[in-house]
Design a protein around this ligand. Structure first.
Ligand code: ITT
Length: 199
C-alpha cells in the first residue's frame, strides 16, 4: 500500500511537477484542494525557510499525517535579491503570472544581459504527523531574458534563461524542466528523508 502524504500547496503546477518527480516511489499524494476544511496559511514569514516550514507544519498537525510543502523565490542580483520571498505577490495582491513578469521586465529595463543574473531557490519542508520538520533547498542559476518566451511551465518560467543555454524554462519540455529545476534539486535532497514515510 502506498504511504499517504499531503502536498501542502494551493499551486496546481507545483502539484503536477512534484507528483511527476515522486512517481513510482510508493507515495500517494493528496493536496490542499482535497482538504478544503483547512484554513488558508498566511505566508507572513520573512524567509523561504520560514514559509515552507509553516505551510508543512500547519497541514501536518491539522490532518495528523505526513506533509510536504515548499516555498520558492526568484532572486535577481540587479534588484538586490527581489522579488525573493515576495515572488508570488510581486505585482500586488491577487496578481497573475503575466503581471509579475511585466513588472520584472520593467524593473530591469535598460539593464544589459550580463547584469541580469538570477537564481530560482526552492526550500522544501517535510513535516511528520507530530510536527517534526526537516528542510532542504535547491537552486537553479540563470538570468532574466529581455522578453517572455515559451509556453511551458508557469510563473516566471518564460523570462528565466537557464544557465548559459539561451533557452527559457518555458521553452523546455516538462520532463526537461523537472530534470534540472530548483524544485528537482530540493526534491532529490529530500529523498532520504522521504524514506521515513515510504521505505
Ligand atoms: P503555495 O504557497 O500554495 O505553495 P504559491 O504559488 O503561492 O503556492 P510560493 O509562495 O512558493 O507559491 O510563490 C512562489 C511564486 O514564484 C509562484 O507563485 C510563481 O509565481 C513563482 N514560481 C515558483 N516556482 C516556480 C517555477 O518553477 N517556475 C517559475 N515560477 C515559479
Amino acid at each position: 500500500m502506498p504511504a499517504k502524504i499531503v502536498l501542502a500547496t494551493r499551486n496546481r503546477h507545483k502539484v503536477g511537477e512534484i507528483a511527476a518527480m515522486a512517481a513510482g516511489r510508493g507515495l500517494e499524494f493528496s493536496c490542499l484542494g482535497d482538504h478544503r476544511e483547512l484554513p488558508e496559511v498566511v505566508e507572513d514569514q520573512p524567509t523561504l525557510e520560514g514559509n515552507a516550514r509553516k505551510k508543512s507544519l500547519e497541514a501536518a498537525l491539522a490532518l495528523g499525517r505526513w506533509s510536504l510543502a515548499e516555498d520558492t523565490g526568484l532572486q535577481v542580483d540587479a534588484l538586490g535579491g527581489e522579488p525573493g520571498v515576495m515572488s508570488a505577490r510581486y505585482a500586488g495582491p491577487g496578481c497573475d503570472f503575466a503581471a509579475n513578469n511585466r513588472k520584472l521586465l520593467a524593473a530591469l529595463e535598460g539593464v544589459e544581459p550580463r547584469r541580469r543574473r538570477a537564481v530560482f531557490r526552492t526550500v522544501m519542508a517535510l513535516c511528520s504527523p507530530d510536527g517534526e520538520v526537516v528542510l532542504e533547498d535547491g537552486v537553479l542559476e540563470g538570468s532574466i531574458g529581455l522578453a517572455p518566451r515559451g509556453t511551458g511551465g508557469f510563473g516566471y518560467d518564460p523570462v528565466f534563461l537557464v544557465g548559459d543555454t539561451g533557452r527559457t524554462l518555458a521553452e523546455l519540455s516538462s520532463e526537461e524542466k523537472n530534470g534540472l529545476s530548483h524544485r528537482r534539486r530540493a526534491f532529490e535532497k529530500m529523498l532520504p528523508h522521504l524514506r521515513r514515510v515510504a521505505p
